[in-house]
Write a protein of this length. Structure first.
Length: 145
């Protein structure tokens, strides 16, 4: 394992140019907020970035979406549930339910490969099919069944 001590501005540049050099990032809260949003944007945005807070001493863990409550889009059936779903995947892995985690991950990947997603992601997809939150959920459920 290699530990790199890098100031935040140089780190931001490095993650854009050579993201494969980083596996685990430890930072203070304010820089972590900026950095996590930038890294999420590199894969589609905060709507797809999962989150976990794990106390490795006690074993207690909380898995959550990395974004806020988005009151501006609440109730409009356009929110991307992927962040919460991928947080659930991490939770399933954490408790040892690997098969269930892979199932959710695989149906999400298949759906994205078919260019089907919520609007925040389809705007980056050539000929993407925009689904509402409910339609996206039904698409995943149908694939699982």
């Amino acid at each position: 394992m290699i530990v790199k001590d890098v100031i935040a501005d140089a780190f931001s540049q490095n993650t854009l140019l050579k993201p494969e050099e980083y596996a685990v990032i430890a930072t203070l809260n304010l820089n972590g907020d900026y950095i996590s949003d930038q890294l999420a944007a590199m894969v589609g945005g905060i709507g797809i970035a999962p989150g976990a807070n794990i106390n490795y001493l006690s074993g207690h863990a909380i898995f959550e979406a990395t974004h806020g409550t988005a009151p501006d889009i609440a109730g409009k059936d356009i929110a991307n549930p992927s962040s919460l779903l991928l947080s659930a995947v991490m939770m399933l892995e954490y408790i040892g339910w690997i098969e269930a985690a892979r199932l959710v991950e695989n149906v999400m990947e298949q759906t994205f490969k078919e260019r089907k997603a919520t609007t925040d992601l389809t705007r980056f997809m050539e000929q993407g099919q925009t689904l509402s939150t409910k339609e996206f959920a039904k698409e995943l459920i149908n694939k699982i069944n």
